[in-house]
Design a protein around this ligand. Structure first.
Ligand SMILES: CC(C)(COP(=O)(O)OP(=O)(O)OC[C@H]1O[C@@H](n2cnc3c(N)ncnc32)[C@H](O)[C@@H]1OP(=O)(O)O)[C@@H](O)C(=O)NCCC(=O)NCCS
Length: 213
């Protein structure tokens, strides 16, 4: 049976794998990286390690095939990453500072992010304190698990007292943009020059998935 369950510490390898296999605008990014763990170091593993209470997985007869991961309080989580997550990785991956950002390989881009992580502006994290990443392997896509996972995660954030949640999605990932908009997320910012990322948000008090709780 396929079902959603809370993250466990032994799911960490699945977090890395799913992140890599959906890391190219929703498609498999394996061929794009020399180091297959780099993208997961940035976008997946820290959530399982530092915020397991905000992580859920979908498991079928084969294995864990999807996850929704994030943080209840983005501002506090980014500070915690600065203390507890980035220092070890900074020792392992040098800052590619001799290469201009526009010419970074994918590995260098991740190493750059390890040394210069994105910071969420207060004007976003105050009204939308929580943030999420959702990724499903192809065998679990288009079967309603995305909607169920987001429902499940927003309910959990609502129970933890969060008034809103946000996420970033690449404009090149039009399938995901369409999914989030259909779900009810609204655009709150655009990032990049030229613009390549949409920041979408949702208020939890008014959303049907949380209004009964
Ligand atoms: C983007 C993503 C999270 C969406 O999740 P999903 O499970 O594929 O989406 P859903 O199944 O909930 O909804 C997609 C479609 O399936 C339909 N659907 C919903 N429930 C369904 C069900 N029980 N059976 C069949 N189809 C269903 C939806 O109506 C929707 O149709 P539409 O595209 O015509 O609107 C998922 O495809 C994914 O992980 N992609 C790869 C990684 C990625 O891009 N992540 C986002 C990074 S920002």
């Amino acid at each position: 049976m396929t079902d959603i369950r809370p993250y466990r510490a032994d799911d960490l390898a699945a977090l890395y794998e799913i992140c890599l296999k959906t890391g190219d605008s929703g498609k498999d990014a394996t061929a794009l990286y020399d180091d297959p763990k780099l993208i997961g170091h940035v976008y997946a593993a820290p959530y399982g390690v530092l915020a397991p209470e905000c992580c859920f997985v979908v498991e079928d007869a084969e294995a864990v095939g999807g996850h929704i991961i994030g943080a209840r309080d983005t501002y506090a989580f980014e500070k915690q990453m600065e203390r507890e997550w980035w220092p070890a990785l900074r020792g392992q991956y040098p800052d590619p500072k001799d290469v201009p950002p526009g010419r970074h390989t994918r590995d260098q881009h991740m190493a750059h992010l390890i040394h210069h992580p994105d910071r969420t502006p207060r004007k976003i994290s105050e009204p939308y304190p929580s943030h999420l990443h959702i990724n499903l392997l192809p065998r679990l896509q288009d079967r309603g698990w995305g909607k169920r996972l987001v429902d499940h995660w927003l309910e959990a954030m609502h129970r933890m007292g969060s008034p809103g949640a946000c996420l970033g999605v690449g404009l090149s990932n039009q399938r995901a943009v369409k999914f989030y908009r259909a779900y009810g997320f609204e655009e709150i910012a655009r990032e990049g020059n030229p613009v390549d990322v949409l920041i979408l948000g949702i208020k939890l008090s008014s959303h049907p998935s949380t209004s009964s709780g």
